[in-house]
Each structure stands twice: as C-alpha cells, then as structure tokens.
Write a protein of this length. Structure first.
Length: 78
C-alpha cells in the first residue's frame, strides 16, 4: 500500500471489500466520485471505517461496481 491508484485500479486490486482511502483526488465536476487515492486500509470492517470517516481520517468505499448500493454508509465532506 502507499501508491496512488485510480478508482478502477483500486477496484481491480481489492475486489469486493471495504477500503480506507487517503489523499483522495475527486473528479472536478463530481465531489462524490473518487478519481484516484492512496489505499491505507484493506483490513478493517465497514463499521470501523465508517467511524474513521466520520472523524475525517479516511474516505471509505466498497469496491463493488458503482451500480451496487451499500446501505449504511454515510459520506461527510468537511
């Protein structure tokens, strides 16, 4: 971990799991879509990543295709 990857690369490298992202680059016209990021965590459950996200430590995402909606995830930008 530690290298910058595109969202597609993250999805391919860490399929079907929660990831904690740092140094996130967002698409300029869509602040909810990750363009690239550094993967910091791949070993934490959704609940823990959600708390870390609410504290501003990481952005948490599930790596399934974008057409699958995950219930229970909150996105906060500050």
């Amino acid at each position: 971990m530690g290298e910058r990857l595109t969202w597609a690369e993250i999805q391919k490298k860490y399929p079907d799991q929660w990831v904690g992202l740092v140094d996130v680059e967002w698409y300029p016209d869509n602040t909810a879509t990750v363009k690239s990021a550094i993967v910091k965590y791949t070993d934490k459950p959704k609940d823990e990543l959600t708390m870390m996200m609410l504290c501003g430590e990481v952005e948490a995402r599930y790596t399934t295709p974008d057409n699958l909606f995950q219930l229970g995830m909150v996105e906060v930008h500050g």
